[in-house]
Design a protein around this ligand. Sequence first.
Ligand code: GDD
Length: 412
Amino acid sequence: MGGIKAVILVGGPSKGTRFRPLSLDDVPKLLFPIAGRPMIYHHIEACSKVKGITEVILLGFFPENQLAAFIDATSKELNVPIRYINEVKVLGTAGGLSRYRDQILSGSPDYVFILHSDICCSFPMQSLLEFHIKHGKTCTIMGMTVEKKEYANQYGCLIRDESTNELLHYAEKPETFVSDCINCGVYCITPAFFDTMAKTSNELQLSMQNVSLEYPEILKKGVEQGRLRLEQDIFVPLAGSGSIVVYPYTGFWRQIKNAGSPVYCQELYLNHYAKTKPEALSKGENITGNVIIHPSATVDPTSKIGPNVYIGPNVKIGKGVRVLNSIILDETEVKDRACILYSIIGWRSEIGFWARIEGIPNYTPFLYSQDKRKGITIFGAGAQANGEIIVSNCIVMPHKQLDRNYNNEIIL
Ligand code: GDD
C-alpha cells in the first residue's frame, strides 16, 4: 500500500505534574488549547497536509476515553485517519515504537514520521520528508541551533558532519557543553530503522551483561526500568555509524513543559498564522496584533485585546478591559476595567472589576534557578479574583476565591 504514517509520542498523565493546575480539570495536557487548538492538533494538522499520509497514530498511556472525542472530531475535520495505541505501561520513547511495530507498519508505509507531543514549531513535514528521501539513510533527526549556548544542555545535543549532515555524536542532556545543535523531537524514518532499533536494543541487553562495553552506566537506567529510550539507547550507540542524518531546521521551536509555556508557544503559532493563514486571526477595532477570539465569546468594543491573545468559547469580556499575551478559557467572565497580562485564566473563572492579573514577559525558568518568581500567572478552573485586587506571578488552584493582593505565590 505504501504512503506515510505519523506517530506522535503523547506520553501519559504521570508526566503532567508540571502542568498543574491546568491538568486538574480532566483535560489532559496534550489537549490544552494553544492558539485556540488542542496542543497536538498542530502536529496532526501539519502531518495531514503531507501528500500520501495514510494514518496518524497517537502512542501513549492516557486513558482512552480522554482522547476519543478529540480523535473523532480531528480525524473528520482534517480528513485523516487517527488511531490511539495505548501502551498501558511506560515503555520509553523507543519502547512503544518497538512493541507496536506491527501496528505502526501495517499497510507497509514507505516512511514514518515520529513527533514528540510537547513541542511547538512549524512542523516542516514535507521538507523533512524530501530531505530524508534525498539522503537515503534510514533515520533523520530534526536539529536546530539554540539561540544561546547555555540552553543546549537541556536537550539532546547533536554533533554532525558540517558537509554531509551525518550524525557523528549524540549526547542526551550532557553536563558539559557538547554542541549548540539540539534534537527537536521530530524524526523521519524508513521502516528498516525498526530493524536497526531491534538490533541495537539486543546489543544493549547483551552489553548489560558485559560491563566492559562502552556505555554501561547511561544504559543501565533505561534497561532497569524496562524502558527503551530512543535517545540514550538508540541514537547514542548509532551516532557515527552513518545511519542517521540531521535535518537543519531554522524556524521557530519551543518545548511545552510547564503550565506557562502555552502563552509563549501561542505567540509563535499566532505569528506563524499571520504569515501562513491570516484568515484564522480575528479582526476588529479593539484588536491589536495577532489574536483569536472564539465566535461565541462576547467582547465589549471598548476593551483592548492583543497582541498574542486567545479568548475561548462563551467568554464574556466587559467594558474597558485590557488583555495582552494571555489565554482566557471557556465560559470565563472578565468584568469591566480588569487587566490581564501574561496569564492563563482557566475554564469558568471570574475576574472582578478593576482587578489586575499579571505574569512575567518572556520568563525562561531554567535560566533562573535562583529566581523564585512563578512566571506566567495561572488560574485553575473556576477560580475567582475579587474586584480591585492585584495578582502577580501566581499559580491559583482551581475554585479558589481571592480577596486580597498576591505576589509570587502558589495559592492552594
Ligand atoms: N508513548 C510514549 N511512551 N511517549 C513517551 C514516553 C513513553 O514511555 N516517554 C516520553 N514520551 C513522550 C513525551 O510525552 C514527549 O512528547 C516526548 O516523548 C519527549 O519525552 P520526554 O521524556 O519529556 O523527553 P524530554 O522532552 O525531556 O527530551 C526529549 O525531547 C527533547 C526535545 O523536546 C529528548 O528527546 C531530547 O533529546 C530532545 O531535545
